[in-house]
Design a protein around this ligand. Structure first.
Ligand SMILES: NC(=O)c1ccc[n+]([C@@H]2O[C@H](COP(=O)([O-])OP(=O)(O)OC[C@H]3O[C@@H](n4cnc5c(N)ncnc54)[C@H](O)[C@@H]3O)[C@@H](O)[C@H]2O)c1
Ligand SMILES: O[C@H]1[C@H](O)[C@@H](O)[C@H](O)[C@@H](O)[C@H]1O
Length: 333
């Protein structure tokens, strides 16, 4: 059994605890912590586990063999570095950090262990639709990929949302999945402010358009809507030389009534990617037990943040900025 401690008992923290407890073989959640003690106490009472007073105490606890970080974005890098100090396996929800500089510190600390200890929560890599798209691209049957048109639409945002988070919190998924699908790296990036939705009247840009160019010359555009008012809608089309590949919509029953065919659109990431999260957690636990992580690495978390930095720095400038990484260490090749 892998004894796991979870830092962050909010929406996804509780969802991952449920799946680790109910579904994932070989996993046991033994501890939790949250900035708000009541949140941790509630989860601890529900599962009969120990609530620690801080993330740091949980990380240091001898009973905790592996750490799951599901606290807010700005706390990730600090907890990952703390976990690495203790040489523990860490699953960190996306983003790995708020910027590339913090990711570099994580890479440096992980390299000292000579093995991978960190996995990043880019769960789309475990989604059946994206996996099949990658298989088709790699088979070469449609020729070279030329372009990706994608969109990432959320229903609404809570208080405190900022324009930059449209990149670091939201589009970060596309920044990972596009390079993974294409097997290519980014060359330059630019974010555009376009005509604003009246639903965005809360102090942040909505929509924004993310533009990327890859080293092989592919062009990528991602529409980022953080408040679309209608549903959680993730779309992706890869245009290849001899055809196109589309991410399937999630399963939905079609209703025929009142001279209309209709089907529901999901509103929550929890439901949209439920299968991907299940597979992600199962594979993570298996790979920790085998002593060899196989999922998205600190390097992947870093590259997404390098592109994210370029995008956020480009805002309002009207130019593409270069996406430049450090040399890729052998550990991540
Ligand atoms: N992979 C995905 O699709 C996915 C989906 C949802 C959320 N996430 C990521 O997971 C994280 C949590 O998201 P959420 O939707 O559950 O948010 P949330 O606000 O519902 O929960 C965050 C929890 O972390 C706690 N917290 C905040 N700062 C903390 C700190 N310094 N130490 C300990 N606890 C702290 C909060 O009190 C809260 O209970 C975010 O980083 C988010 O980007 C990823
Ligand atoms: O934290 C969430 C999560 O990562 C979702 O997958 C994403 O679609 C949302 O935009 C983001 O706020």
């Amino acid at each position: 059994m892998l004894n796991i401690g979870v830092i962050g008992c909010g929406a996804i923290g509780r969802d991952h605890i449920r799946r680790l407890h109910d579904l994932v073989p070989g996993a046991e959640v033994v501890a939790c912590a949250d900035y708000f003690q009541e949140a941790a106490d509630k989860v601890a009472a529900q599962y009969g586990i120990r609530a620690y007073a801080s993330g740091e105490e949980l990380i240091a606890a001898p009973e905790v063999q592996a750490i799951l970080i599901t606290s807010s974005d700005d706390s990730h890098a600090g907890y990952v570095l703390e976990g690495l100090k203790h040489g523990k396996y860490i699953f960190c929800e996306k983003p790995l950090a708020l910027n590339a500089a913090d990711c570099e510190k994580i890479i440096e600390a992980e390299l000292k262990h000579g093995k991978r200890l960190v996995q990043v929560g880019f769960m789309r890599r475990y989604d059946r639709g994206y996996a099949e798209m990658k298989r088709i691209i790699e088979s070469g049957e449609l020729g070279a990929p030329l372009m990706i048109h994608a969109c990432h639409r959320n229903v609404s945002q809570g208080p405190g949302f900022k324009t930059e988070m449209g990149i670091t919190n939201v589009a970060i998924h596309e920044l990972d999945i596009c390079r993974w699908l294409l097997g290519d790296e980014y060359k330059s990036a630019q974010v555009l402010k376009v005509r604003q939705s009246s639903l965005s009247n809360k102090g942040y840009d909505n929509p924004q358009i993310v533009l990327l160019e890859t080293q092989n010359g592919c062009r990528i555009d991602v529409e980022v809507q953080v408040a679309d008012g209608y549903g959680y809608d993730i779309q992706c089309q890869v245009v290849c030389e001899k055809g196109t590949i589309n991410l399937p919509d999630p399963y939905a029953v079609v209703k025929r009534a009142n001279a209309t065919r209709s089907f529901p659109i999901l509103t929550d990431w929890k439901d949209r990617f439920i299968e991907a999260y299940d597979i992600e957690m199962t594979e993570w636990v298996k790979s920790v037990e085998n002593g060899k992580l196989t999922g998205p690495s600190s390097w992947d978390g870093y590259v997404a943040c390098v592109a994210g930095d370029a995008l956020n720095n480009s805002r309002g400038k009207g130019v593409f900025l270069p996406v430049e990484t450090i040399e890729k260490p052998e550990l991540y090749r």
